[in-house]
Design a protein. Structure first.
Length: 296
């Protein structure tokens, strides 16, 4: 039995799924499964059972989970202390970001951070909002779309950051692309919609807005990623919804429509897993974010 095996077990228990735990740990799924198998062999009885697409802990696994989580918390606290004491002459910064900030803000932020702290190695992961919140335990700082919900660990801190507008997009020649700059949700609801996958911050906002407006959603296509939505709209699959910043460099192939009478807006949130004792690198990156409202 090794500390790595126990930390892996704690992460799998937290996520209830080996694949999601592998993403959080930056390991392959076979590597995670191998560590679990070795740990289970050490105890001589099952620690978990398959349950649909996830796993369910056995009574023995539930007992072990208590000690595994304590070890992981101690390791993370020691890691944060090490980085704080070592300063920013070297070290690492692990950043997670949901799809829109990962594509259209994070590259600029990392470039600015690297200019100030060139010897800090920055690693990143991206996914939709739900996935990034699930992986928070393996990160130093994260940027997500919209509110974090109720899934945050008790040690996490949340900072409301910059505002973003969600706009509808249509191809040139679409009935809604008649020179107008805005459309109501009732008008949009007359056409098929191209929506992001479930778990996306944009999708959550769009679904809430349609429900509040009493407008019906006709989902023509569900597709992962911002670029997937844009390509589907170009192909004539329907009206898409994306962040306004994702089409700021687009040609006239796609037309942007603000939602009337009130634009759809949201705030990005910055999450720090260990708010009481963040690493120095995470603190500096947070300061950079707060000073960079106009970036991107």
């Amino acid at each position: 039995m090794t500390p790595e095996q126990l930390i892996t077990f704690a992460t799998v228990a937290e996520h209830g799924n080996i694949s999601r735990a592998a993403v959080a740990l930056h390991l392959s799924q076979p590597a995670v499964s191998g560590q679990l198998r070795l740990l289970q062999d050490e105890f001589g009885e099952p620690l978990y059972q398959r349950d649909g697409r996830g796993i369910r802990l056995t009574p023995a696994g539930e007992q072990l989970r208590i000690y595994a989580e304590r070890l992981r918390e101690t390791f993370q606290a020691a890691h944060a202390l090490r980085d704080a004491m070592r300063g920013l002459e070297r070290g690492t910064l692990r950043v997670g970001a949901s799809t829109t900030p990962a594509s259209y803000l994070l590259p600029y932020l990392i470039a600015a951070f690297h200019k100030q702290y060139p010897d800090v190695a920055v690693t990143t992961i991206d996914g939709n909002t739900t996935e990034i919140v699930a992986a928070l335990g393996s990160l130093d700082i994260a940027i997500i779309e919209g509110p974090a919900g109720l899934e945050l660990p008790p040690t996490a801190g949340v900072t409301a950051w910059r505002e973003d507008e969600i706009v509808a997009i249509v191809p040139g020649g679409h009935p809604l692309a008649d020179g107008r700059e805005a459309a109501t949700l009732a008008e949009v609801s007359e056409h098929p919609l191209v929506l992001r996958e479930r778990g996306s911050g944009v999708r959550q906002i769009v679904e809430r807005a349609f429900a509040e407006a009493g407008a019906q959603m006709r989902v023509g296509l569900e597709i992962a990623g911002v670029e997937g939505v844009k390509e589907a709209v170009r192909a004539g699959m329907g009206v898409g919804f994306v962040s306004a910043m994702s089409i700021r460099h687009e040609s006239n192939v796609l037309r942007r429509l603000h939602i009337a009478p009130a634009p759809l807006t949201r705030r990005f949130s910055i999450l720090v897993p260990h708010a009481a004792a963040p690493s120095r690198a995470a603190s500096r990156f947070l300061e950079l974010c707060e000073q960079s409202d106009s970036i991107g």
